[in-house]
Design a protein around this ligand. Structure first.
Ligand code: DUC
Ligand code: ZN
Ligand code: ZN
Ligand code: ZN
Length: 495
């Protein structure tokens, strides 16, 4: 058993001074003056907050993308997460066009299960449409613990699908009780914009934003929400990077539509002017899609919308590449692998730019970095809350401690950090994953492969009380754990 003493439990709804007793990876009791056995390990959290471990609902660890592979794999990526106070991540399975979704899922499970240092779940991207895809979506929901599917409106010639296909995916999501997610950028306009900017002789990283400005994101956001509304299903917009896109979300929410918007650490922490830096490697490090906007006001506006609840929860889109990989686009910005870091620094960025500025209360910080994602993706209250019965994923958060973010000390595999030199106050001093201290005194003590896949039930499941819900969840857990994931190719039934 472990007892964390003298901390202030901070959930999304209230803060109170309390000790936390942990047994078998779960919170056993909370309260003051708890009776504990003599051999209980005691951790003193005096002066700190106890917050539910951060949840990053948007990572791309070891993603094969744009001719290379993201360098933060599931081992390094989850170590970086833990060092920053994030204890649960949701990554994206991205099948290639024509690939079986289940085969891709099996591949991601194999990659992740061998390496994760904390629990994780998977969303699945739908990059093509057919009867087989429709069938496999059902298998993923009913047998594999997936309850969210993402479509790309950009990346023409690889992941992008058209409006008709998007309509079909959203309709299927609704039938299955899954959440539809969208990368919202107008892929055709991006494609034309890239040609135009290259023709103008602009080949450097600054061409990236010029070729796909804010209106390409705002238009696609509006279209995605409109299509979701036609089938009457909620929609989650990943990486909201611009004022225009955020305003579209707010407008539709005001009309009563169920829309979630996800700002990311990069969009809240920095601006896109870095892409104009004279040092090519520096500029290229900031290239991601959709672009980080050059207007320095954007990050303030996104934080304001997060504070008001108009934007829901903070992800990262962590998808890291080294300078040598980025150099594939040395003569052509369209070939720079898109992606930035974020998973390690997300929590401190949100605290520093949100709480320290007075925009967020500590409870709202917890909502934005953990609880909202747990609820939206249906893993609450197993994750996203410190309470009896919840997983003991707990962070001892020192609101007064400062650190300087740097590639010299970060835990990512990439050789650049987009927040380089930034001083942030408010950091994870100790991270506890399922009852074990895995980060303290600036040292990791993680165990590779110790994290578990967390299956997520579809929405709208009606249970006859909590006992039945737990039975259903445990059955799903057995199904997804049934056989070791070999990455073998799934053969869909042919009729
Ligand atoms: N954007 C990125 O920057 N990287 C991965 C995929 C994406 O949509
Ligand atoms: Zn994306
Ligand atoms: Zn810069
Ligand atoms: Zn992404």
């Amino acid at each position: 058993m472990m007892l964390i003493k003298n901390g202030i439990i901070t959930n999304d709804d209230r803060q109170f001074k309390s000790d936390v007793l942990i047994e078998n990876g779960k919170v056993k009791e909370i309260g003051l003056n708890l009776q504990v056995p003599v051999d209980t390990e005691i951790i003193d959290a005096e002066g700190s907050l106890l917050i539910p471990g951060g949840i990053d609902p948007h990572t791309h660890f070891q993603l094969p993308f744009m001719g290379t592979v993201a360098v933060d794999d599931f081992d390094i990526g989850t170590k970086a997460s833990i060092a920053g106070g994030t204890t649960f991540i949701i990554d994206f399975v991205i099948p290639t066009k024509g690939q079986s979704l289940i085969a891709a899922y099996d591949q991601w499970r194999k990659w992740a299960d061998e390496k994760v240092n904390c629990d994780y779940s998977l969303h699945v991207a739908i990059t093509w449409w057919s009867e087989q895809v429709s069938k496999e979506m059902e298998i993923l929901v009913k047998e594999r613990g997936v309850n969210s599917f993402k479509v790309f409106m950009a990346y023409k010639n690889s992941f992008m699908i058209n409006d008709e296909e998007m309509y079909q995916v959203f309709k299927r999501c609704k039938e299955l009780g899954a959440l539809a997610q969208v990368h919202a950028e107008n892929g055709d306009l991006v494609h034309e914009g890239q040609k135009k900017v290259l023709e103008m002789g602009i080949t450097g990283p600054e061409g990236h934003e010029l070729s796909r400005p804010e209106e390409c994101e705002a238009e696609a956001t509006n279209r995605a929400i409109t299509i979701a509304n036609r089938v009457n299903t909620p929609v989650y917009i990943v990486h909201v990077m611009s004022k225009g896109a955020a305003e579209v979300i707010v407008k539709h929410k005001k009309e009563g539509k169920k829309v979630y918007g996800e700002p990311i650490a990069a969009g809240l922490g920095v601006d896109g002017t870095h892409m104009w830096n004279k040092d090519w490697r520096h500029a290229a490090a900031y290239v991601m899609g959709p672009p980080i906007r050059p207007d320095p006001q954007t990050k303030e506006i996104l934080m304001d919308y997060l504070a008001s609840g108009d934007l829901s929860c903070v992800g990262t889109d962590n998808c890291t590449f080294c300078a040598d990989q980025k150099a594939m686009g040395k003569d052509d910005f369209t070939k720079i692998p898109n992606g930035v870091n974020g998973v390690e620094d997300r929590m401190s960025i949100v605290w520093d730019k949100g709480v320290n500025t007075g925009k967020l209360t500590p409870c709202e910080f917890v909502r934005a970095t953990s609880t909202a994602a747990a609820k939206i993706f249906n893993v609450y209250p197993q994750k996203g809350r410190i309470d009896v019965g919840s997983d003991a994923d707990i962070v001892i958060w020192d609101p007064k401690k400062t650190k300087t973010i740097s590639k010299e000390t970060h835990h990512h595999a990439c050789d650049f950090n987009i927040f380089e030199g930034m001083n942030v106050t408010g950091i994870a001093v100790t991270t506890i994953v399922k009852g074990k201290v895995v980060w303290s005194n600036n040292t990791l003590s993680t165990v590779k492969g110790s994290g578990k896949f967390v299956p997520r039930l579809p929405f709208g499941s009606v249970f006859d009380g909590i006992t039945q819900r737990d039975q259903v969840r445990n059955e799903l857990l057995r199904k997804v754990e049934r056989e070791p994931y070999t990455g073998k190719v799934f053969q869909p039934e042919t009729k």
